[in-house]
Write a protein of this length. Sequence first.
Length: 268
Amino acid sequence: MSGSPELPRLEIAPLDVGPLLRDGVWGARTAILTSATIPSSLPARVGLPTDGTDTADVGSPFDFSHQALLYCAMQLPDPRSERYRDAVHDELVALIDAAGGRTLALFTSWKAMDLAAAAVRERVDVPILTQRDLPKPALVARFAASEATCVFATAGFFQGVDVPGRTLSLVVIDRLPFPRPDDPLLSARRELLGPGAFAQIDLPRAAMLLAQASGRLIRTATDRGVVAVLDRRLGTARYRWDIVRALPPMRRTRDRREVEAFLRELTA
């Protein structure tokens, strides 16, 4: 149930679309499914038959190991800590200063975006726009037109943003983008799957979204830059390699000094 109290709306969705697609689509025709970020759980989730499905990874034209750096800010507190928010703001200031602006900062909640924008604006000498300032096409156009400008946005900017060149040299993601625990449809699917729900729903979705966000950085063969994840779980959690393997094969570091040097080299 959703909508306002005056105009309630009932939404119904199947908990498992696999049987519907298997009976109504895959058995009747041949299909080709393509994407730059396909979660590992997709075949099972959409009911693809294991004996009649071929998969192929065609690679990428980009040299990620030389063009991009993946930075995990291991020195930050756990995202559940009261100290985390201020530490994220400090990290953003340092990274934006090193990049000379040119930053797309992505947040997993509107509140986190608003708080970060308010705090960081007072401490940097470059313009900061947020998703609240302009419609998405106008905001992306304003961002692309000015190398110094930074954009702070939420999940709607994890995909559909194409800003090649020096204007976008740093992508920051505040947290691993796990789905909200109170989403009614996902909650029902978790209940249906039981103990395997995290591995089949939450983890593949987070890995896919992080890969999509990271994909905002390298758009041409000459682009260079940094993807910074301000969530230490990317380096400590038992599931970390499931997420890292879903990302482009960027060179990895935990050293902010290395990141700052790399970013300053790009502005020279």
